[in-house]
Design a protein around this ligand. Structure first.
Ligand code: NOJ
Length: 740
């Protein structure tokens, strides 16, 4: 027996190699059989005939083209029946190469999870991985092979509508979340029927669009690119992301789609990425609009030569690439490399062995309404809620408050769909799987003492409903207001120049607050909004993002103390659009302002605060956490020693609670200027009322590294500040020196 085990351990690597070789050999033999046209077909992806997530070019007979081997992949085709129907066509091609079906599974497939930005507020990597896992289980059961997620773009600009899809502004948190999501989607690995291929997007720097306007240009130093925008991509790659998507923007004048530096030098060169790169929707052809390509033919040449392997929807490859090869403008080896990358994934997914591997009606049915997934969704939703403010411990409301009258006011009180957010499954209006806040508060306190008024719509100027809202507020003992954005106000192509609470909602809050009742405001949105009057006058505010299928239940649990909130903001909340871009890890400048009254020849605004309304990492609990000062294992370190920094965190309140203890580091003097602080660690801890815990962080020189002016990633000797606290704004600090 022992011998057998030893033999197995010894032979395992060879077996794995043999397996790999088999794929390589099979790839070689398929490639040898393929005509140039068939190869180009693999580098072409079309949108399906049923729904679209971009501007359509429905000019050709799609189905015939699939049969002719002109299509390697389809997007927006889901469901076993439809994927089977199209796979049947692919099986009529000469070489029977299976299609890949891709879809934007951004926050759940059928079970709708909180939007990614909300999930990021949980700082809970396990829960985030589980959410992606469930999305993959449901999507793969519906015939989907590939999700266009995670979006790992760093976003420092809440005007940009796509902030909802990412993990916020921080490269460290963003990298950990990117990893968790890739692991979740790909599960135990490609080839399992419940694993979908992940796609790290949008490569790269798409989140830094000038003015926060979607699809806009990006201009940034290579150092910033490497330090802030690329790390989450690298993390996704290290976690095994099967594919990457390039992006719509140009980066320093070169469209990302045809950017050799990004795709060939970094991704496929330095990082040794073995998967394939898909373009974004139409982004190959859009290089004509950029003024970078003369026509589609030029665009196909530029994109392919730069390392873009598959053309999503622009038809540039299918119409031109074969000719470009014949003219010697694109080398056959370049095409072969792209096709090999694409086919490798089809092999790894097991589609060559069974093209219908993901077409199992029984599994699809089983996953369509999986109750366990709803429980996980609720857990994720509760973890995502951020308590922004809670004066005089107004929250949680006692369930005995049911004896009193509660007025529920606002356009989102009875809404169901708005809480699902952009990129979500379109549940029918009569679905019983989703409830409203109204339903859930009733369940907590009984219906007889509840009052309701809508007050106003989400986004118009009518105040016709104000009187009714004021009247019920007068009559009530407590007011809960549910306001925010409609689900289509933040997302792709939903950039805004004005990110204040839309319509007359804040005026409604003012009018209702004037009644002098205790008032709680819930804000549901896909991005950080501005609601300064509310912040300054309303005692309790919960940021409830777009929480998905079980959002209302999660909110009610938090309102009535069945769950103690622990979310922390993954993005700074500005006080005015004029502060944007706003982020916590800024450079100090030569004339830093030390406060808002320090403006004389300082780096400040003369008309507004320099500080965010809510800082990155901010989020309260119903209990209070006290932080001791920071204890360092040494104040002077050398070389590759390790440092431990510890704090004692005490729950001084009367509720059990969860706290995200955050570690930031500042390098005081560098060969290039360094941010005032950078997140380098965090721990989510649970403390019973009255309990204390020592939280220990181990810091190594890796945590001190940065890209210097020559783009060398290293650390430098000198003085450092170690900061530990409850948010980026509220930290305890200790200093040390660390020399080489
Ligand atoms: C365009 C978006 O930028 C991208 O993220 C998405 O995956 C594709 N459309 C497909 O829907």
């Amino acid at each position: 027996m022992r011998f057998l085990i030893l033999a197995f351990i010894f032979l395992l690597p060879q077996l794995v190699n043999a397996q790999k070789k088999t794929i390589d050999q099979r790839l070689d033999s398929v490639l040898r059989l393929m005509t140039l046209d068939e190869k180009v077909g693999q580098m072409n992806q079309y949108n399906g005939p049923w729904s679209a997530t971009g501007p359509l070019t429905n000019d050709d007979n799609l189905l015939t083209q699939i049969k002719e081997g002109k299509v390697g992949s389809m997007l927006n085709v889901t469901g076993v029946a439809r994927t089977r129907e199209l796979q049947d066509l692919a099986m009529q091609t000469r070489l029977r190469i299976p299609l890949l079906f891709g879809q934007d599974i951004i926050h759940g497939y059928r079970t709708t999870f909180p939007i990614p930005l909300a999930e990021a507020a949980s700082w809970d990597l396990e829960a985030i991985e589980r959410s992606a896992r469930i999305a993959a289980i449901e999507a793969s059961a519906a015939g989907v092979h590939w999700t266009f997620a995670p979006m790992v773009d760093i976003a420092r600009d809440p005007r940009w509508g796509r902030v909802m899809e990412g993990a916020g502004e921080d490269p460290y948190l963003g990298s950990l979340i990117a990893k968790a999501r890739v692991k979740g989607f790909q599960g135990k690995g490609l080839g399992n029927t419940d694993a979908v291929m992940a796609c790290a997007k949008h490569f790269a720097a798409y989140g830094a669009a000038v003015g926060g306007r979607d699809y806009n240009s990006v201009d940034m130093s290579l150092r910033q690119l490497h330090e802030v925008y690329l790390p989450p991509f690298k993390a996704a790659l290290d976690a095994g992301a099967a594919t990457f998507m390039n992006s719509f923007n140009d980066l320093n004048g070169i469209p990302a789609t045809a950017n050799k530096y990004l795709q060939r030098d970094i991704l496929k060169g330095q990082w040794n990425f073995k998967g394939f790169v898909v373009s974004d929707w139409g982004s190959v052809g859009e290089m004509i609009n950029h003024g970078y390509a003369k026509d589609n033919k030029d665009a196909s040449m530029l994109a392919t030569n730069a390392g873009s392997d598959m053309d999503m929807e622009s038809r540039s490859n299918i119409q031109n690439l074969a000719q470009l090869v014949k003219e010697g403008k694109v080398k056959m080896s370049v095409v072969d490399d792209a096709v090999r990358r694409i086919l490798r994934k089809k092999f790894e997914m097991g589609l060559f062995d069974d093209p219908y591997k993901f077409c199992n009606e029984a599994r699809e049915k089983e996953q369509w309404n999986n109750p366990a997934h709803l429980d996980a969704e609720k857990d994720m939703a509760r973890k995502s809620i951020v308590l922004l403010k809670n004066e005089n411990q107004l929250l949680p409301l006692k369930k005995a408050e049911g004896q009193k009258k509660i007025a529920l006011i606002g356009p989102l009180v009875r809404s169901i769909k708005e809480h699902l957010g952009f990129w979500s499954y379109d549940w029918p209006d009569d679905s019983t799987r989703i409830t409203s806040l109204w339903d859930e508060v009733q369940k907590k306190v009984g219906g007889d003492k509840l009052l309701y008024a809508k007050g106003c719509n989400i986004n118009d100027s009518s105040k016709a409903g104000f009187d009714e809202a004021i009247a019920i507020a007068k009559d009530a003992d407590i007011v809960i207001m549910s306001v925010g954005e409609a689900r289509d106000m933040t997302g792709e192509a939903k950039s805004k120049s004005n990110i204040h609470l839309p319509g007359v909602q804040e005026e409604l809050i003012r009018a209702v607050t004037a009644m002098g009742k205790p008032i709680v405001v819930l804000i549901s949105a896909g991005r950080p909004l501005i609601f300064n009057w509310t912040v300054d006058h309303v005692p309790a505010i919960l940021y409830t993002w777009w929480l998905g299928t079980k959002g209302a239940e999660a909110i009610a649990d938090v309102l009535f103390g069945d769950y103690n909130p622990s979310g922390k903001l993954p993005m700074s909340f500005p006080g005015t659009e004029g502060q944007i871009p706003i982020y916590y890890n800024y450079y100090n400048t030569g004339r830093p302002a030390t406060s808002d009254s320090d403006r004389f020849y300082r780096s400040a605004y003369i008309d507004f605060s320099i500080y965010p309304k809510f800082a990155f990492g901010h989020g309260l609990s119903y209990t209070n956490f006290n932080y001791s000062s920071v204890t360092l294992s040494s104040k002077s370190l050398k070389g590759n020693q390790k440092l431990t920094a510890s704090v004692i965190v005490t729950n001084t309140g009367k509720y059990d609670g969860t706290e995200v203890v955050q570690l930031y580091i500042r390098d005081m003097v560098g060969s290039v200027v360094r941010p005032v602080k950078e997140l380098k660690g965090f721990q989510k801890i649970i403390l019973k009322a009255g309990e204390s815990k020592t939280v220990l962080f181990t810091i190594t020189t890796d945590d001190l590294k940065f890209y210097n002016n020559d783009l060398k990633y290293d650390w430098e000797s000198g003085e450092f500040e170690i900061m530990v606290g409850t948010s980026s704004k509220d930290v305890k600090t200790a200093k040390l020196t660390w020399n080489k």
